[in-house]
Write a protein that binds this ligand. Structure first.
Ligand SMILES: NC(=O)c1ccc[n+]([C@@H]2O[C@H](COP(=O)([O-])OP(=O)(O)OC[C@H]3O[C@@H](n4cnc5c(N)ncnc54)[C@H](O)[C@@H]3O)[C@@H](O)[C@H]2O)c1
Length: 333
């Protein structure tokens, strides 16, 4: 039985959709391997970038045919008019996720009956403005029977699924959730990330994955309990100054818009357990260090380096085996 060809549109010709040398994963490459699709349009105001991307894709002997009729566009509304079956929205959050006309892409596509995949973070709009907008998008999905999915890929990571399974088997509630997200910055940065105006800062842009996992693994947070402190570039101690930003890429970002160097938060979950998150920008090189410890009575689950090609789930368990010994499960991407 032959499958119908899916018409796909991309909003954004950047790394998440088409990769870059140091980013071996991207949505286009994965979709191409699945097959059965035709890319009908790529939207990006940076036409030099989209042109380069299209030329590269067309040159592929295996997948070039999927781009034969692809048009380069500069405004998402042109793509909307072309009625793709599904749109991938992967542009910085300052340009989407908002009820403002021209930034309400999610609503416009789903209202037009087009399935959408949107990258994290969902928005830079504060919750009081974003929640009513999210409800309109949910309503549009329901009315038009379309799906909107978000790029919180760790929810599907085999180690996270194993954690969920072990917590369910334990039967108790999580007492402590402790996440550490250490960013390595000296070999390359994305200027969008380093400007809070465009990225929303490192929690909204990066550690959002771990905020999502906190909710996915433990549950909702009592927002009235949340407390955060930050170390900023402008801190009068001078400790917040970064000396190894490649190519002096921060020099044209005003100090008050540079992202915090260290962010520390703690909170209480609605279920009673406590959570902490620390994000820092200090590590040399390009390898992040990211770990989550989840503790229940008599059980500790540590997710170690989920960004690496091999990640570890380290388990210390009262049930079965030696309670003083760690048991490591390894997962390959
Ligand atoms: N799920 C993940 O782990 C993951 C990983 C990387 C990036 N992302 C997310 O994907 C998004 C894009 O990141 P990236 O790394 O591809 O950034 P990037 O800087 O490589 O590319 C962004 C592209 O969007 C274009 N753009 C800006 N405004 C636009 C608009 N209004 N319409 C169309 N194009 C526009 C820019 O010109 C640029 O080419 C971000 O929100 C980022 O957080 C998610």
């Amino acid at each position: 039985m032959s499958r119908a060809t899916l018409k796909i549109g991309f909003v954004g010709a950047g790394a998440i959709h088409f990769g870059r040398p140091e980013v071996p994963w991207d949505h286009a490459s994965r979709l191409e391997k699945i097959g059965g699709l035709e890319v009908i349009g790529i939207v990006d105001p940076d036409t030099r970038r989209s042109d380069e991307v299209l030329k590269e894709r067309l040159a592929s002997p295996d997948y070039g045919h999927m781009y034969t009729h692809c048009r380069l566009l500069t405004d998402y509304r042109e793509l909307l008019g072309m009625k793709p079956d599904i749109v991938f929205i992967g542009i910085p959050p300052a340009f989407r996720g908002s009820p403002k006309e021209g930034e309400n892409l999610e609503l416009e596509f789903t209202r037009a009956g087009i399935h959408a995949f949107v990258e994290k973070p969902l928005s830079l709009v504060p919750p009081e403005g974003f929640i009513p907008y999210a409800r309109s998008v949910t309503e549009a999905c329901r009315t038009n029977d379309v799906v909107l999915s978000v790029g919180y890929m760790f929810r599907y990571h085999a180690a996270v699924l194993k954690m969920k399974e072990m917590i369910a088997h334990h039967g108790g509630k999580v007492m402590a959730f402790n996440a550490r997200y250490y960013f390595a910055y000296t070999e390359g940065i994305n200027k969008y990330w380093f400007n809070t105006e465009f990225s929303g800062g490192p929690i909204v842009e990066q550690a959002t994955h771990f905020c999502d996992l906190a909710r996915y693994i433990v549950g909702d947070v009592d927002m009235t309990s949340l407390h955060t402190i930050m170390l900023n570039d402008s801190d009068k101690s001078g400790v917040g100054k970064l000396k190894h930003v490649p190519g002096n890429a921060e020099d044209d970002i005003p100090s008050n818009k540079r992202i915090p160097r260290v962010t520390l938060s703690h909170w209480r979950f609605e279920d009673g357990g406590l959570g902490t998150l620390m994000h820092s920008i200090t590590l040399p090189g390009s390898r992040y260090q990211a770990t989550i410890d989840v503790q229940l009575d008599g059980l500790q689950l540590s997710l170690i380096d989920p960004y690496e090609s091999t990640s570890i789930l380290r388990v210390r368990n009262l049930e079965g085996g030696n309670p003083n010994q760690d048991q490591d499960f390894r997962f390959r991407k």
